[in-house]
Design a protein. Structure first.
Length: 517
């Protein structure tokens, strides 16, 4: 009865605190990238059911130690709420669950259920700024491998970023073809296989990590097959039933390769005697656990109902719920000048406004933007682009040019940062710098992320400052600024650096009047 009361109370408090985040989680599961996550809770329940006999032999021993992960989980909940990051809330909810289990069951029982509980983490999609970069890298790797395989088969295939030119048609490797849709499920399956694999730890670790190259190589094979079959079946080879079937077939082949790897590992590296004894001992312990009668839960006579540890954990959750519903944590979205008023004449630079295509507008989801191609008195061009996000809400993030430009076929020959002096008495400025090539074209770009008067140069810094600004001023707004200039045939890279630095000195004071400080 005590377990039923405590379990019901935990579920109710958990649902009240995390219901909005889990609504978003279930919405993500409905998409094609994460629909495999629906199986994770079912697998968790099965893994826990397998442990039922072992759990029943260990008495419950309420522990104060469980309050540590529970308090940390609540802290991550608030950090995610204020900073606008769903994954932080998801991970916080998992820690709260661990805290509840540890507080009620004790460490000895928690150890038995460790694998099922840890497996639950696989149902949380990673933050967008991580999956965006991972998707890009997977697309580039798969495209390179696919083109190499097509050329090996005699096709005249050439690649520019994520676009493959076959002569008779051009194939674009979009996000859906990055392999991410079976990259994570394959790793999840490798973890399960390693769990049931009775072998040395190094074999288990190798099995899990081998899922990564297997997923990348198999996706390259899939892209190559599309290019090869396109000349016979046309567009039907890249869409519809064939496209879906090839994805399923590739995943099953990957799973078969993992099983084959387990067999080969045992053949090449036969289990030594200690491994056999360990496996036998594990099987005997499971048999004993199933035959030993369940021990009653140890409850102190002083606490006829709930031990104090459980009461304290429930109080912490109730305080968080009351705080979430009674304190105004709504974000302040500051007003900003519209970018359609941005001047086309800056010092000696004269500009022409350009417009972004709708497909990019729908993808980037910023609140306002400006794109202007400026020319100096010598006719040298600098392309200026700024996107402003009034609110970097949960699940949203600023896209870095380092994640977008390579997908268009640009190769980063040099990538890093540069510091240069700005206006007299204003100190120096540090920005990202990249020298790029595409065919015969060469360009130099600077980009940075203005955050309330602060210049940020990478996405991890950006996310940390977003958390801090949310906590201190209830603001998550920010911007991306990018300037690009061609490296003309008659000049050196240092000349392009001088041009960009001079333009940046002129544009920054003007830009500051449009971005909230």
């Amino acid at each position: 009865m005590q377990a039923l009361v405590y379990g019901t109370a935990c579920l109710l408090l958990f649902a009240l605190l995390f219901h909005s985040a889990y609504q978003h989680l279930f919405a993500e599961w409905m998409g094609e990238d994460y629909n495999y996550c629906f199986f994770v809770p079912l697998i968790f329940l099965y893994l826990l059911w397998e442990k039922r006999s072992a759990l029943s032999t260990v008495p419950a021993a309420p522990s104060w130690s469980g309050l540590v992960p529970l308090a940390l989980g609540i802290a991550l909940y608030w950090l995610g709420e204020l900073g606008g990051e769903f994954y932080t809330i998801y991970f916080g909810s998992w820690l709260v669950l661990i805290g509840f289990a540890w507080t009620y069951m004790g460490w000895n029982r928690l150890k038995i259920a460790a694998m099922p509980l840890c497996f639950l983490i696989t149902m949380f999609p990673f933050p967008k700024f991580i999956t965006n970069n991972l998707t890009l890298e997977l697309k580039l790797l798969s495209s390179k491998l696919g083109v190499a395989l097509m050329q090996l088969c005699g096709l005249a295939a050439y690649r520019e970023g994520n676009v493959i030119d076959l002569g008779f048609t051009r194939l674009q490797v979009v996000d859906a073809c990055s392999g991410l849709r079976y990259f994570f499920p394959l790793i999840m399956m490798s973890i399960l296989l390693a769990y049931y694999y009775k072998a040395a730890l190094w074999k288990k670790v190798l099995l899990v990590f081998s899922a990564i190259p297997i997923a990348v190589v198999s996706n390259g094979l899939r892209i190559a097959s599309v290019g090869i079959l396109y000349q016979f079946f046309g567009a039907a080879a890249a869409e519809g039933l064939f496209h879906d079937f090839s994805g399923w077939f590739i995943f099953m082949c990957c799973l078969g390769l993992l099983l084959l790897e387990m067999v080969l590992l045992n053949k090449i590296f036969p289990p030594i005697e200690s491994e056999k004894k360990r496996g036998s001992a594990l099987r005997r312990s499971d048999d004993v656990a199933q035959t030993v009668p369940a021990a009653p839960c140890a409850v102190s006579p002083r606490h006829r109902f709930l031990p104090p540890q459980l009461i304290v954990s429930a109080i912490l959750l109730m305080l968080s719920i009351l705080l979430a519903h009674n304190v105004d944590f709504h974000e302040k979205v500051p007003s900003s000048r519209p970018f359609d008023q941005f001047p086309l004449r800056i010092s000696n630079w004269q500009g022409v406004r350009t417009i972004m295509e709708k497909m990019y507008l729908d993808e980037l989801k910023f609140d306002d933007y400006v794109m202007v191609d400026y020319k100096d008195t010598q006719g040298k061009v600098v392309s200026f682009y700024t996107a402003y996000f009034g609110s970097q809400t949960k699940g949203g993030s600023i896209h870095s040019p380092a994640s977008c430009l390579p997908g268009g076929g640009w190769l980063f020959e040099q990538s890093g940062d540069v510091t240069f002096p700005v206006k007299t008495g204003a100190g120096s400025m540090r920005v990202n710098r990249a020298y790029m090539q595409k065919g015969g074209a060469k360009e130099l770009t600077y980009y940075w992320f203005p955050q309330h008067g602060r210049i940020v140069t990478n996405l991890f810094q950006l996310k940390l400052y977003t958390f801090w600004n949310a906590l201190t001023s209830r603001r998550t707004d920010g911007a991306l600024v990018r300037v690009i200039t061609p490296v003309y045939e008659s000049e050196r890279i240092t000349d392009a650096d001088t041009r960009l630095q001079g333009f940046t000195r002129e544009i920054c004071p003007v830009l500051a009047t449009f971005l909230p400080q």
